[in-house]
Design a protein around this ligand. Sequence first.
Ligand code: BDR
Ligand code: CA
Length: 385
Amino acid sequence: MNLQAEAGKQSRRKFLVNSVGILAAGSMGQLPLKVEARAAGESREAASRKSEAAGASSAHRIIIDTDPGVDDAIAILLALRSPELKVEAVTPVAGNVPLDFTLPNAMKLLELAGRSDIPVAAGARSPLVRTLVTAKYVHGNNGLGGVELPAPKMRPVNETAPELIRRIVRASPGEISIVAVGPLTNVALALRADPGLAQMIRSIVVMGGSLSGGNITPAAEFNFYVDPEAARIVFDSGVPLTMVGLDVTNKALVRQEHLKILDSVKTPVCDFAAKILRATMARWSKDGGQTVALHDPLTVASMIDPEILKLRDYYVLIETLGEASAGQSIGYSSGPVRRSPPMETGPAAESPESKESFRPNAKVAVEVDPDRFFRLLLARLTKEA
Ligand code: BDR
Ligand code: CA
């Protein structure tokens, strides 16, 4: 059945209701939120909570810290098109590509989404203490898979990313969450410059890390590998943390059938999303161009619909000393939190066993419902703005 032709025949909403469960992903975005949520398999109560959350006053206020980045771009568009979230600022950082690209990319994406009212502040050009390593081999030289968007008309604000993060959080203590989907340099700089800040941040939801091996080294996931010291600062900060790592994001694989749904809706956002994902599949895929993992969009989606992920408490220690393991995230599900024994040649040290009782520092995503994620993502990308 041709989606466009069929949509022309019926009233749009009737068509969409009838289509849920078949072509569900592309259509659900047109449904009222409560219907959409229920179609995704939620309980009535959860759907009604989500409906309430959609009210402007109760939307979850977030800052997106990001290194766009193909999957970052999709994550930003998802957040901007989701009424459960209110994007207060976007703070680009160097990561997938240098800041000279991630900064304009963030502004281009906001303009594509018609949201140039959202402030963008330039972040760190390099990690705290290390040389920048990029992932151009995945995201292309421009970070957007080589797909060009018009040069942005908007300008960054006259503050740095850490300054903007601090100002927004301090103005609304306990209300702002940071969704960090790039190396954690900006967030660490803000925390380091302002020791009182940690207590005022509602939560930090991090795309990064893994309890089951890395993607840039056998040990480390890319965002933590690029700036392990920053990740360490964030995980030691005491802010309520959620770690959405490769354990789940590697299961959120976009496929051709998803791209066809984007193709069927002729809007600039769907067109752009389909193009950058196809370009990335062609450049980088472990299965001959068939799939790409949507790390950052899954992270944003989990804030819109928490039932997409199952979380478990862990104490996550970020390795910073290893010659081949820096950036590794080591998860303790119970105590004692043992560190490596002191070296005989080194200074006298305490026993490696922590005497403190076990205290988790993060909720780690351990299971994902990929179908539920794609229904949400495609519904939001294909809906009318
Ligand atoms: C992470 O690294 C980047 O390449 C992606 O944008 C994502 O944030 C996955 O390891
Ligand atoms: Ca990213």
